[in-house]
Design a protein around this ligand. Structure first.
Ligand code: CAO
Length: 286
């Protein structure tokens, strides 16, 4: 089904792929803990929804990646509809989750499950596969280390992720530690994006994930996760039943007011990283 589109995109778009890696050790521990708490609800969260949140945070910082090329005009999108590649008996399909910025991890997980099932059953409607602004193609459940994902036009970039693996990292050349490492492969349209921007995009994306950390020390705080210590995507999950993973919006204002849809007590936030001194407010050039 997708063969003609893939061929056209490969031929028409000058693709370049930039590879990088992200340390997901802490995020994976958080995900495992979250799934234990969600066990009874039947929801099982995979890495992909976290990747989607990290993608939105990164796309907000690099808007030219969340765009389409219309003739010679680059149209920047101020919404974040993220497609995900799904492997189906009928071949590759790309369902789209709309407004990922305003959905929490559990909502994204459920919608992804529903869309993936529709895709496998051949029941996806055209509007469920259109309007995407960026795509993630995950082979993480299968294997591989790096690959070149094909851009899903009219989008101008796509993130490929492969299976995470344990790798020894050293920050000083003297000591080292085993870290769970996620390979990233970002393909980008060279008519729109240059190599330096693509490398910065990957570094920022990886940092969103790497710096993800629970907000505080108590049980309630540990359900709260910050993605990006001092930047856009701050996920907060308060009391167990229905985790509220939210994003602190960019822009000014008191950060408690910026927590979208969360029921978070200021004291919960204050025990964590100094959100009041920058989360979601600081433009940091990682
Ligand atoms: N590293 C290690 N393990 C990973 C992982 C990663 N990056 N990503 C997922 N996994 C694990 C999951 O945790 C899960 O493990 P458990 O069963 O032990 O919990 C297992 O792999 C299966 O995950 P999944 O693939 O079912 O779930 P997902 O949310 O990661 O992906 C979907 C969902 C629909 C994207 C996937 O099923 C799929 O179709 N992938 C193929 C996409 C594809 O074809 N891309 C290529 C396009 S170019 O031709």
């Amino acid at each position: 089904i997708s063969g003609a589109n893939l061929h056209r995109n490969w031929v028409v778009i000058p693709h370049v792929t930039t590879h990088d890696e992200a340390d997901i050790t802490d995020l994976e521990a958080f995900r495992v803990q979250m799934n234990k708490e969600l066990e009874k609800s039947g929801v099982k969260v995979s890495m992909l929804p976290f990747m989607m949140k990290a993608a939105v945070a990164t796309l907000k910082k690099f808007p030219e990646f969340n765009a389409s090329l219309d003739g010679d005009a680059l149209v920047l999108k101020n919404y974040w509809h993220i497609g995900f590649a799904a492997d189906t008996p009928n071949g590759l399909m790309v369902p789209v989750i709309r407004d990922v910025d305003s959905k929490n991890i559990v909502e994204i997980t459920k919608e992804m499950g529903d869309l993936a099932k529709l895709a496998r059953d051949g029941k996806l409607k055209p509007d469920q596969m259109s309007g995407g602004t960026f795509t993630i193609s995950s082979l993480g459940g299968i294997g591989g280390i790096y690959f070149t994902p094909i851009i899903n036009a009219p989008e101008v970039s796509i993130m490929g992720v492969c299976k995470s693996y344990w790798k020894q990292h050293s920050s000083d050349g003297k000591t080292s530690a085993w870290r769970l490492t996620l390979p990233l492969s970002l393909s980008w349209d060279h008519r729109v994006i240059d190599g330096a921007a693509a490398a910065r995009f990957n570094v920022h994306f990886a940092r969103q994930i790497m710096e993800a950390q629970p907000l505080g020390k108590t049980r309630a705080h540990q359900r709260a996760l910050v993605i990006g210590k001092r930047n856009a995507a701050v996920c907060v999950d308060e009391f167990a039943q229905l985790p509220e993973l939210v994003e602190i919006a960019r822009g000014g204002g008191d950060h408690h007011g910026d927590v979208l849809g969360a029921r978070v007590r200021p004291e919960d936030l204050n025990e964590g990283p100094r959100l009041d001194q920058g989360a979601g407010l600081v433009e940091e050039d990682h």
